[in-house]
Design a protein around this ligand. Structure first.
Ligand code: B12
Ligand code: SF4
Length: 306
């Protein structure tokens, strides 16, 4: 595989305050296997270029008007940067876009622009919106998506993206929940090429202990993101915290797990290790209400910096 053949990116509008964790993982996973993936956060780039009024709009959830018009607004107000971004993307053979509901429209339009300028470019789409679209249509994607994407990845991205890049085009058009058996050896994101200090939330990074959920609550869509529940190793998490504290002066860690207390024993182990290695570091996470959580664990969480 020639170097730097893939660009991983995310387009506006999505949450711009911290680096894109999903793409960070994909970059790290490919890097571990000798594939050099560049990472560019166009969502954050165009957010920082925007004026205060537009930035306010950006942070509003489910802002349909913005979702439909952001590309036009960027083109209008930042003509040069918009075309520079397109030129940059056209340098690559393959582009992988991270899709959320909020940026699907922009992503499809950008893919159309890129293909019109360079018909040989390959577009790979992944992310939670591709998973949602797959459930929504019971596996049959819309014509538009099938037409514009060379490969669609439902669920976890590491394994299927690697397979797509290495199997000499013998893959199917859609990969569905081809996930890792366990996350023990999953390399953590280092965000190579990204200036972490440029993000609005200073000295803070997203981090992930587990993927999936142990429950299957009917009203919740988290249960559909992964086939089952898995955790990373506590040692790897400690290495990650240490790495970012040392190299990026990171002070705050925000867990992007569906819930941090799915496995109580492992959560306790994590707290113990944080206390042992760092004393206390500020961290936050989503948590489920459980009636079997001991006071002792809550105290350890607090002591470790929760
Ligand atoms: C942390 C979080 C937030 C944070 C930060 C959001 C952010 N965008 O960074 C906050 C609290 C701000 C937030 C807000 C909202 N969120 Co939120 N959030 C999450 C959460 C818990 C973690 C996201 C994450 O980084 N996960 C970890 C990474 C590793 O996973 P990932 O990004 O999905 O990437 C993996 C795969 O998807 C895939 N992949 C991703 N990109 C690509 C690209 C390619 C090319 C490939 C091949 C694969 C691939 O591979 C990756 C690694 O395996 C998820 C649920 C979850 N458990 O993931 C919901 C989730 C992303 N949020 C969701 C929603 C709906 C919202 C809100 C709209 C809620 C609301 N009504 O206000 C807002 C929108 C805010 C905004 N403007 O973007 C939905 C998105 C659904 C969708 N179809 O887009 C999710 C999936 C929850 C759900 N159960 O449906 N959220
Ligand atoms: S994330 Fe919470 S609400 Fe959703 S399935 Fe898991 S336990 Fe239920």
């Amino acid at each position: 595989m020639p170097r730097q053949t893939i660009l991983l990116s995310i387009l506006p509008p999505t949450w711009p305050h911290m680096p894109p964790l999903g793409l960070g993982y994909l970059q790290a996973f490919l890097g571990q296997r000798g594939i050099n993936a560049d990472l560019t956060d166009f969502n954050h780039l165009f957010y920082t270029l925007s004026d205060h009024q537009l930035q306010k709009q950006w942070l509003m959830s489910c802002n349909t008007f913005l979702e439909q018009n952001i590309l036009f607004l960027i083109q209008q107000h930042h003509f040069k940067e918009f075309h520079d971004a397109i030129d940059k993307m056209l340098n690559y053979r393959i582009i992988g876009f991270s899709c959320f509901k909020s940026n699907l429209e922009t992503t499809v339009r950008m893919a159309e622009i890129l293909k019109s300028k360079k018909p040989t470019i390959k577009i790979v789409l992944g992310g939670p919106e591709i998973t949602r679209q797959s459930f929504r249509s019971e596996g049959n994607f819309s014509h538009k998506l099938l037409e514009i994407a060379d490969h669609l990845i439902v669920g976890e991205g590491e394994l299927p993206l690697y397979q797509y890049l290495t199997d000499n085009n013998t893959h199917k058009k859609v990969a569905v929940f081809e996930q890792l058996d366990d996350l023990t050896d999953l390399p953590f994101p280092r965000y190579t090429g990204i200036n972490l200090n440029a993000y609005p939330r200073k000295n803070t990074i997203p981090i992930q202990f587990s993927r999936g959920c142990i429950r299957r609550c009917n009203f919740c869509s988290e249960r559909r993101l992964y086939k089952n529940f898995r955790t990373r190793s506590v040692c790897s998490l400690i290495d990650e915290i240490h790495y970012h504290k040392t190299n990026n002066k990171t002070q705050h860690f925000v867990f992007y797990d569906s819930l941090i207390n799915a496995n109580l024993k492992k959560l306790e182990l994590l707290c113990d290790h944080i206390i042992e290695h760092f004393g206390s570091i500020p961290w936050q996470a989503q948590i489920a209400i459980r009636n079997n959580m001991a006071n002792k664990l809550f105290k350890k969480m607090k002591q470790s910096g929760c």
